[in-house]
Design a protein around this ligand. Sequence first.
Ligand code: ZN
Length: 160
Amino acid sequence: MSITQDQVVSIHYTLKDDAGEIIDASEQGSPLTYLHGHGNLIPGLERELTGKNAGDRLQVQIAPRDGYGEYDSALVQRVPRRALQGVPEVKVGMRLQMRGGGGPRAVTVTQVLGDMVTLDGNHPLAGKNLNFEVEVAAVREATAEELSHGHVHGPDGHHH
Ligand code: ZN
């Protein structure tokens, strides 16, 4: 059975940046299982997986526009530390939820300089090539319930 829209796909994967550092990987012996064609994976990886079969291995590079987007410097802002009341200790690398006109937004603290804090609203992987090594572990039909929810249910039918 090859991978098409609405199938449940299990993959083992390793994701590296251009320097060869591992950014993310499926757990050993425990593949990632997702519903294909419902935006559960980044678009570039779904496109590469379409038509593949269980047992296939692939090595692909996904450009930022098909991954987590281009880096947008307009999403970087500097705020005075007092704007972050409720955060006792502001440190570089911290992820924070900011409230704004468009609803809550995740930002990363990228610099703390004196009383000023730099917040970056880009996804941590924005602007990066994503180098995937993938092995397709299994492909099956989705159940009607999974299709109506737009995601995969575990073997016992419950949510993960
Ligand atoms: Zn569900």
